[in-house]
Design a protein around this ligand. Structure first.
Ligand SMILES: Cc1cc2nc3c(=O)[nH]c(=O)nc-3n(C[C@H](O)[C@H](O)[C@H](O)COP(=O)(O)OP(=O)(O)OC[C@H]3O[C@@H](n4cnc5c(N)ncnc54)[C@H](O)[C@@H]3O)c2cc1C
Length: 394
């Protein structure tokens, strides 16, 4: 998703761009009746703007997207709760839940329509410096030479490993179970999140033909609990899920096949080196409770594109680490701040000692009564604040 967005942002620049990916890069015909894909993203208003300007958003809406206007968060072991709404900041929506496959297909459709180079089924295996260039070797033996390589190859980035970029990593000791479920009550375009004793449980609203009875769930829990839940049959899983969610949307009547993903936070110590830049999950992975991973990635892509286009106009060398550092200086503090906030949040909600439980419960209640503080949070979540790149500016 992030690499494709960057490539599109560089179209018509006169730069010679080649996007290579280990997958087939083919667009699947969209079937409106098909089951929901288990992997979804909550796209912020800032991401929507970037995708609109890249000519991708219409392709998403024509396929399938689910706008949500409200968010409800509560502490499962207390009475603290908080409610956010788009109307509090005079916005129409807080964001859209979109299947990752839909985002990828809409991006790919645009990529196939423009004159950027695409290399499918190109799995990178080796990479080393050769003079001022990188020499890349693919799994099928082909090799390529490039002065600038941008790594958008995800959480287990091969580029990051092959170039020896160090990371700080820590295990959340959590696995996330993801799937789509059907409930007896409508989700009312609301994203729901309950903090359970084992970790956060999110119900994200999905819409098909105007029906509001499906949700995508992200259930973060301990590895042993995840193993137990994954082994349950569908009926028992739905019953456990309904109990963990306090039946807020009535009965959970069916669940699609489940995926279980180990959660690990990673942050590259540097995003750039001579002839190299890391963007998206290759640079940072964050707990999904924030729903921000790909949103941060799209902002990385928009900032890096702006830095490269400006440098190109000025006739500077795009591979120069001094040029690439402009991207790192803008994005790293923002990404680190959000990751630290999520880490603190996650720890606070995992904490068992009574004073911390009291703190989070009281904190939720206090903030709930502070409309200005809530509006600030909503603006931040919409991506309407801070140092926005041109592609994301209102
Ligand atoms: C349970 C869960 C829920 C989440 N929910 C949200 C959410 O609500 N909102 C949100 O914003 N984010 C969410 N995220 C995070 C989001 O999914 C990621 O941030 C996003 O997928 C990262 O996109 P990316 O393009 O950087 O990397 P990826 O999507 O991982 O893409 C990497 C690409 O690199 C290619 N590749 C990899 N290795 C090689 C190689 N060696 N050679 C060639 N190609 C290669 C792959 O084929 C792929 O196309 C969630 C994550 C999880 C685990």
């Amino acid at each position: 998703m992030v690499g494709s967005a960057l490539a599109l942002a560089l179209q018509d620049s006169g730069l010679e761009v080649l996007l290579l990916d280990g997958s087939a890069l083919s667009v699947k015909p969209f079937d409106a009746e098909a089951a929901f894909e288990p992997r979804v993203s909550a796209l912020s208003a800032a991401s929507q703007r970037i995708l609109e300007r890249l000519g991708v958003w219409d392709g998403i809406v024509q396929r399938r997207s689910s706008p949500y206007t409200d968010m409800h968060v509560w502490d499962g072991s207390g009475t603290g709760q908080i409610h956010f709404s788009a109307s509090s900041v005079h916005a129409d929506v807080l964001g859209h839940i979109v299947e990752n496959r839909v985002v990828q297909d809409a991006l790919l459709e645009r990529l196939h329509d423009c004159d950027l180079g695409l290399l499918a089924n190109a799995r990178l295996e080796q990479m080393r410096r050769s003079g001022d260039d990188w020499l890349l070797t693919l799994a099928d033996g082909r090799s390529l030479r490039a002065p600038l390589v941008i790594a958008a190859d995800g959480a287990n980035s091969a580029v990051r490993r092959l170039t020896g970029v160090a990371t700080r990593e820590w295990d959340y000791l959590h696995h996330a179970i993801v799937t789509s479920v059907r409930c007896t009550q409508a989700h009312r375009k609301t994203a729901w999140q309950r903090f359970t004793d084992h970790g956060p449980l999110a119900f994200l609203p999905l819409e098909r033909d105007g029906q509001q009875d499906w949700c995508s769930i992200v259930w973060s829990t301990t590895p042993s609990e995840a193993e137990r839940l994954m082994a349950l049959d569908d009926v028992a899983f739905c019953a456990e899920l309904e109990r963990a969610f306090e039946g807020r949307l009535g009965e959970v009547i069916s669940a699609d096949p489940r995926l279980c993903v180990p959660l690990r936070q990673r942050h590259a110590k540097r995003y750039v080196a001579q002839g190299l830049a890391l963007i998206g999950d290759a640079a940072h992975t964050i707990h999904p409770l924030a729903g921000q991973g790909v949103n941060l990635g799209f902002l990385d892509a928009a900032v890096l594109a702006q830095v490269l286009l400006q440098a190109h106009e000025r006739g500077e060398s795009l591979a120069d680490v001094k040029v690439l550092s402009r991207y790192e200086r803008r994005r790293m503090p923002h990404n680190l701040a959000l990751m630290a906030a999520m880490e603190g949040f996650e720890r606070l909600f995992q904490a068992d000692p009574l004073p911390l439980r009291w703190l989070r419960n009281t904190g939720l209640k206090v903030v709930e009564r502070m409309p200005e503080a809530k509006a600030l949070f909503v603006r931040e979540a919409l991506g309407l604040t801070g140092d926005l790149p041109a592609l994301a500016k209102p």
